[in-house]
Design a binder for this molecule. Structure first.
Ligand code: SF4
Ligand code: SF4
Length: 294
C-alpha cells in the first residue's frame, strides 16, 4: 500500500482520483471503481503497490506487439483490479478482484520495482510488460518500475484499455516505449453497457501516444452480436488510418465465450468473420492487419 500521486482531497474529506477518466470521488473508507484505490481519512492509497497477481515471461508477440523488438522476451506482470468491467474479460479472476479482498486473503506476491527489474534482466528479457490487468490503476507502481527499467537498459511496454487521464499520460510517456491499446468498439453504447466506460478518451489517448512518439499497436476483439458490425469495424480502421497513421498495426482478435467472464452464452467468432474484418482493414488502407485467436 502506498499513497497515490494524482488526487485531490475535498473539504468534506472525499478524495477525487485523477488516474483515469472515471475521476472517481471516493469517501472515507471506500474505494474507486477499480476497487484498488482507497480513501483512508482523506488520503488516497494504492492498495496493490508492490503486489503482483500474475507474472510470466512471454514472447513480446503475445502482448500483442508485432513491430517492437520482434523475437524478444517480455517480463510480464499485473496486479489486481481494473477500471473497466468488460463482460468479455478473460482475466476476470484477477481484474475483478477488490484490493480489500486481496489484502484480507493475502493474495498476490510481494515484488518491489527493483526486484522486477532484476528478474527481467536475469531471465534475458529485453522489456517489461505491464499487462494482465489495467496498468493505469497501478500506475505509481508501474512508473517506479519503468524508471528503474529504463536505467537498466530495458524497454517498457503497456497493454492497456487506454482510459488513463492526461496527468498519467504526462507522467508515463517519458518512460513508455510501446503500448498496445484496445479499441473495443467505435460505439460508445458498447463501452457503456459492456465495459462501464466511454470510448472518446481512449481515441484521444491513442492520438496523443502516437504524436508523442510511443510505438502504438491497436487490438479489437470481435464479439458476435456485440462488436462485430462491419460498418463499425470499418470506422475503427478509418480512425487508425486517418488519425494515427497507416503504419499502426491493427490486431483483430476472435472472441471465445468459454473463457469470458459473463458471455459464455455467445458463440465463438467465426474464422470467416475475422478474415472479413482483416479485408476491411486492408481496404481502408492499413498496412499491417493481423488476425489472432483463430
Ligand atoms: S483509477 Fe480510475 S477507477 Fe480507479 S479510483 Fe482512480 S478514477 Fe476511479
Ligand atoms: S479492460 Fe481488460 S482487464 Fe479490464 S475488464 Fe476489460 S478486458 Fe478485463
Amino acid at each position: 500500500m502506498k499513497e497515490c500521486c494524482e488526487y485531490k482531497t475535498k473539504e468534506n474529506g472525499a478524495c477525487q482520483c485523477e488516474a483515469c477518466n472515471h475521476f472517481c470521488t471516493i469517501s472515507d473508507g471506500h474505494v474507486g471503481i477499480c476497487r484498488v484505490r482507497q480513501n483512508v481519512k482523506g488520503k488516497l492509497y494504492l492498495l496493490t503497490y508492490g503486489k503482483v497477481a500474475a507474472i510470466n515471461i512471454d514472447p513480446i508477440e503475445k502482448k500483442p506487439l508485432f513491430h517492437f523488438l520482434p523475437g524478444s522476451k517480455a517480463f510480464s506482470f499485473g496486479t489486481f483490479g481494473c477500471n473497466f468491467q468488460c463482460a468479455n474479460c478473460q482475466n476476470y479472476d484477477i481484474a475483478q478482484i477488490s484490493g480489500k479482498d486481496m489484502a484480507k486473503n493475502n493474495w498476490g506476491r510481494d515484488l518491489e520495482p527493483e526486484k522486477i527489474v532484476q528478474l527481467a534482466k536475469s531471465n534475458g528479457c529485453e522489456s517489461i510488460a505491464y499487462t494482465y490487468n489495467e496498468p493505469t490503476i497501478f500506475w505509481e507502481y508501474a512508473l517506479d518500475t519503468m524508471i528503474l527499467a529504463r536505467k537498466a537498459g530495458l524497454k517498457n511496454v503497456w497493454v492497456s484499455n487506454g482510459f488513463m487521464s492526461d496527468k498519467v499520460l504526462d507522467a508515463i510517456i517519458p518512460y513508455l516505449d510501446a503500448i498496445n491499446v484496445d479499441i473495443k468498439s467505435f460505439d460508445d453504447e458498447f463501452y457503456k453497457t459492456n465495459c462501464r466506460a466511454r470510448v472518446q478518451p481512449v481515441l484521444d489517448n491513442c492520438k496523443r501516444l502516437v504524436k508523442a512518439g510511443v510505438w502504438v499497436e491497436i487490438t479489437t476483439l470481435v464479439i458476435p452480436t456485440l462488436s462485430d458490425d462491419e460498418q463499425m469495424l470499418r470506422r475503427i480502421a478509418r480512425f487508425i488510418k486517418n488519425e494515427l497513421g497507416d503504419f499502426v498495426p491493427w490486431h483483430i482478435s476472435a472472441f471465445s465465450g468459454a473463457i469470458s467472464w459473463k458471455l459464455q452464452y455467445l458463440p465463438d467468432t467465426p474464422v470467416e468473420k475475422i478474415k472479413k474484418v482483416q479485408t476491411i482493414g486492408k481496404e481502408e488502407g492499413l498496412k499491417y492487419v493481423y488476425v489472432g485467436n483463430i
